[in-house]
Design a protein around this ligand. Sequence first.
Ligand code: AKG
Ligand code: FE2
Length: 195
Amino acid sequence: MSENQNLLPFQGEAYFYPDFFSKSKSDFYFNQLLDEIRWKQEPIKIFGKEVMQPRLTAWYGDEGKIYTYSGITMIPHEWTPALLEIRQKAEEISKVRFTSALLNLYRDGKDSMGWHRDNEKELGLNPVIGSVTFGASRCFQLRNYQDKKLIRSIDLSHGSFLLMQGETQHFWEHQLPKVKNTVDVRINITFRVIK
Ligand SMILES: O=C(O)CCC(=O)C(=O)O
Ligand SMILES: [Fe+2]
Protein backbone atom coordinates (compact mmCIF):
# COMPACT_ATOMS: atom_id res chain seq x y z
CA MET A 1 0.00 0.00 0.00
CA SER A 2 1.87 3.10 -1.15
CA GLU A 3 -1.02 5.52 -1.82
CA ASN A 4 -1.28 6.75 1.73
CA GLN A 5 -0.80 10.50 1.62
CA ASN A 6 -3.25 12.53 3.63
CA LEU A 7 -5.94 13.91 1.28
CA LEU A 8 -6.72 16.72 3.73
CA PRO A 9 -4.47 19.79 4.04
CA PHE A 10 -5.22 20.26 7.75
CA GLN A 11 -7.72 19.57 10.57
CA GLY A 12 -8.02 15.84 9.97
CA GLU A 13 -6.78 12.82 8.11
CA ALA A 14 -8.17 10.90 5.12
CA TYR A 15 -6.17 8.14 3.43
CA PHE A 16 -7.16 6.42 0.21
CA TYR A 17 -6.16 2.89 -0.87
CA PRO A 18 -7.43 2.30 -4.43
CA ASP A 19 -6.70 -1.42 -4.84
CA PHE A 20 -7.38 -2.59 -1.33
CA PHE A 21 -9.20 -5.71 -2.54
CA SER A 22 -8.29 -7.62 -5.73
CA LYS A 23 -10.66 -7.41 -8.69
CA SER A 24 -11.84 -10.99 -8.24
CA LYS A 25 -12.43 -10.61 -4.47
CA SER A 26 -14.25 -7.34 -5.09
CA ASP A 27 -16.51 -8.94 -7.71
CA PHE A 28 -17.25 -11.78 -5.30
CA TYR A 29 -18.05 -9.48 -2.36
CA PHE A 30 -20.20 -7.22 -4.53
CA ASN A 31 -22.43 -10.12 -5.60
CA GLN A 32 -22.49 -11.65 -2.16
CA LEU A 33 -23.51 -8.40 -0.43
CA LEU A 34 -26.06 -7.51 -3.10
CA ASP A 35 -27.66 -10.87 -2.51
CA GLU A 36 -27.49 -11.50 1.22
CA ILE A 37 -27.63 -8.09 2.92
CA ARG A 38 -31.07 -7.17 4.22
CA TRP A 39 -31.37 -3.94 2.21
CA LYS A 40 -34.21 -1.57 3.06
CA GLN A 41 -35.24 1.94 2.14
CA GLU A 42 -35.68 3.74 5.46
CA PRO A 43 -37.26 7.07 6.31
CA ILE A 44 -35.30 9.80 8.08
CA LYS A 45 -36.57 12.88 9.88
CA ILE A 46 -35.62 16.21 8.34
CA PHE A 47 -36.92 19.17 10.36
CA GLY A 48 -39.49 16.86 11.95
CA LYS A 49 -40.76 15.57 8.61
CA GLU A 50 -40.34 11.96 7.49
CA VAL A 51 -38.76 11.49 4.07
CA MET A 52 -37.39 8.38 2.37
CA GLN A 53 -33.61 8.18 2.08
CA PRO A 54 -32.36 8.25 -1.53
CA ARG A 55 -30.56 4.89 -1.15
CA LEU A 56 -30.96 1.50 0.54
CA THR A 57 -29.27 0.86 3.87
CA ALA A 58 -28.57 -1.86 6.40
CA TRP A 59 -26.92 -1.94 9.81
CA TYR A 60 -24.71 -4.83 10.91
CA GLY A 61 -22.58 -5.24 14.00
CA ASP A 62 -21.89 -6.58 17.44
CA GLU A 63 -25.00 -7.34 19.46
CA GLY A 64 -26.22 -4.44 21.58
CA LYS A 65 -24.37 -1.72 19.65
CA ILE A 66 -27.41 0.40 18.89
CA TYR A 67 -27.00 3.52 16.80
CA THR A 68 -29.23 6.54 16.30
CA TYR A 69 -28.93 8.95 13.43
CA SER A 70 -31.28 11.43 11.78
CA GLY A 71 -34.01 10.34 14.18
CA ILE A 72 -33.87 6.61 13.42
CA THR A 73 -32.63 3.93 15.77
CA MET A 74 -30.74 1.09 14.11
CA ILE A 75 -30.62 -2.35 15.70
CA PRO A 76 -27.82 -4.37 14.09
CA HIS A 77 -28.16 -7.63 12.19
CA GLU A 78 -25.53 -10.27 12.96
CA TRP A 79 -22.27 -10.12 10.99
CA THR A 80 -22.22 -12.31 7.87
CA PRO A 81 -19.07 -14.33 6.98
CA ALA A 82 -18.34 -11.95 4.06
CA LEU A 83 -18.64 -8.87 6.27
CA LEU A 84 -16.34 -10.44 8.87
CA GLU A 85 -13.68 -11.09 6.22
CA ILE A 86 -13.91 -7.54 4.89
CA ARG A 87 -13.83 -6.11 8.42
CA GLN A 88 -10.68 -8.12 9.19
CA LYS A 89 -8.83 -6.49 6.26
CA ALA A 90 -10.13 -3.05 7.23
CA GLU A 91 -8.98 -3.54 10.82
CA GLU A 92 -5.46 -4.56 9.82
CA ILE A 93 -4.83 -1.24 8.11
CA SER A 94 -6.88 0.96 10.47
CA LYS A 95 -5.43 -0.46 13.71
CA VAL A 96 -8.81 -0.36 15.46
CA ARG A 97 -11.48 -2.92 16.26
CA PHE A 98 -14.68 -2.03 14.40
CA THR A 99 -17.89 -2.89 16.27
CA SER A 100 -20.37 -1.93 13.57
CA ALA A 101 -21.01 -1.30 9.90
CA LEU A 102 -23.49 0.89 8.08
CA LEU A 103 -24.08 -0.39 4.55
CA ASN A 104 -25.36 1.80 1.73
CA LEU A 105 -26.61 0.72 -1.67
CA TYR A 106 -26.84 3.40 -4.38
CA ARG A 107 -29.13 1.96 -7.05
CA ASP A 108 -28.23 4.53 -9.72
CA GLY A 109 -27.04 8.12 -10.14
CA LYS A 110 -30.16 9.50 -8.47
CA ASP A 111 -29.26 7.79 -5.21
CA SER A 112 -26.95 9.88 -3.05
CA MET A 113 -25.97 11.07 0.42
CA GLY A 114 -26.01 14.77 1.31
CA TRP A 115 -23.44 16.79 3.26
CA HIS A 116 -22.99 15.49 6.79
CA ARG A 117 -20.41 14.60 9.40
CA ASP A 118 -20.16 11.22 11.07
CA ASN A 119 -20.17 12.80 14.51
CA GLU A 120 -22.89 11.01 16.48
CA LYS A 121 -21.97 10.86 20.12
CA GLU A 122 -21.84 7.03 20.09
CA LEU A 123 -18.70 7.32 17.90
CA GLY A 124 -16.68 9.13 20.58
CA LEU A 125 -14.44 12.19 20.23
CA ASN A 126 -12.40 11.44 17.10
CA PRO A 127 -14.23 8.74 15.12
CA VAL A 128 -12.29 6.30 12.95
CA ILE A 129 -14.36 5.48 9.86
CA GLY A 130 -13.28 2.80 7.38
CA SER A 131 -15.13 3.03 4.07
CA VAL A 132 -15.15 0.19 1.51
CA THR A 133 -16.59 0.45 -2.02
CA PHE A 134 -17.75 -2.34 -4.35
CA GLY A 135 -19.40 -1.85 -7.72
CA ALA A 136 -19.65 1.43 -9.59
CA SER A 137 -17.19 4.28 -8.88
CA ARG A 138 -18.75 7.39 -7.44
CA CYS A 139 -17.33 10.80 -6.60
CA PHE A 140 -16.93 11.40 -2.85
CA GLN A 141 -16.31 14.92 -1.53
CA LEU A 142 -14.92 16.36 1.68
CA ARG A 143 -15.67 20.02 2.41
CA ASN A 144 -14.22 22.17 5.17
CA TYR A 145 -16.91 23.09 7.67
CA GLN A 146 -15.72 26.68 8.12
CA ASP A 147 -14.52 27.39 4.58
CA LYS A 148 -17.13 25.78 2.33
CA LYS A 149 -15.13 26.64 -0.81
CA LEU A 150 -12.43 24.22 0.31
CA ILE A 151 -13.37 20.87 -1.24
CA ARG A 152 -11.45 17.66 -1.89
CA SER A 153 -12.99 15.18 -4.38
CA ILE A 154 -12.05 11.58 -4.88
CA ASP A 155 -13.40 8.72 -6.99
CA LEU A 156 -14.19 5.80 -4.74
CA SER A 157 -13.59 2.84 -7.06
CA HIS A 158 -14.39 -0.89 -6.97
CA GLY A 159 -12.38 -2.55 -4.19
CA SER A 160 -11.09 0.68 -2.67
CA PHE A 161 -10.73 1.69 0.96
CA LEU A 162 -10.94 5.20 2.48
CA LEU A 163 -9.89 5.78 6.07
CA MET A 164 -11.03 8.93 7.90
CA GLN A 165 -9.64 9.60 11.35
CA GLY A 166 -8.25 12.22 13.74
CA GLU A 167 -10.22 15.46 13.78
CA THR A 168 -11.81 14.92 10.34
CA GLN A 169 -15.39 14.63 11.62
CA HIS A 170 -15.11 17.94 13.50
CA PHE A 171 -13.80 20.05 10.64
CA TRP A 172 -14.86 18.34 7.38
CA GLU A 173 -18.27 17.31 6.07
CA HIS A 174 -18.62 14.74 3.31
CA GLN A 175 -21.15 13.79 0.65
CA LEU A 176 -21.82 11.44 -2.23
CA PRO A 177 -23.52 13.68 -4.82
CA LYS A 178 -26.08 12.62 -7.40
CA VAL A 179 -24.74 12.16 -10.94
CA LYS A 180 -26.51 12.90 -14.25
CA ASN A 181 -24.91 10.20 -16.39
CA THR A 182 -25.93 6.55 -16.05
CA VAL A 183 -24.16 4.68 -13.29
CA ASP A 184 -24.47 1.17 -12.02
CA VAL A 185 -25.12 -0.03 -8.50
CA ARG A 186 -22.56 0.90 -5.87
CA ILE A 187 -22.26 -0.74 -2.47
CA ASN A 188 -20.50 1.09 0.35
CA ILE A 189 -19.66 -0.18 3.82
CA THR A 190 -18.64 2.25 6.54
CA PHE A 191 -17.07 0.45 9.46
CA ARG A 192 -17.38 2.30 12.75
CA VAL A 193 -16.43 2.00 16.40
CA ILE A 194 -19.40 2.39 18.74
CA LYS A 195 -18.23 3.11 22.27
O1 AKG B 1 -21.21 6.06 0.28
C1 AKG B 1 -20.25 6.67 0.74
O2 AKG B 1 -19.14 6.61 0.25
C2 AKG B 1 -20.45 7.57 1.94
C3 AKG B 1 -21.20 6.93 3.05
C4 AKG B 1 -21.26 7.80 4.27
O3 AKG B 1 -20.81 8.90 4.31
C5 AKG B 1 -21.89 7.28 5.49
O4 AKG B 1 -22.37 6.13 5.50
O5 AKG B 1 -21.90 8.00 6.50
FE1 FE2 C 1 -20.68 9.62 6.36
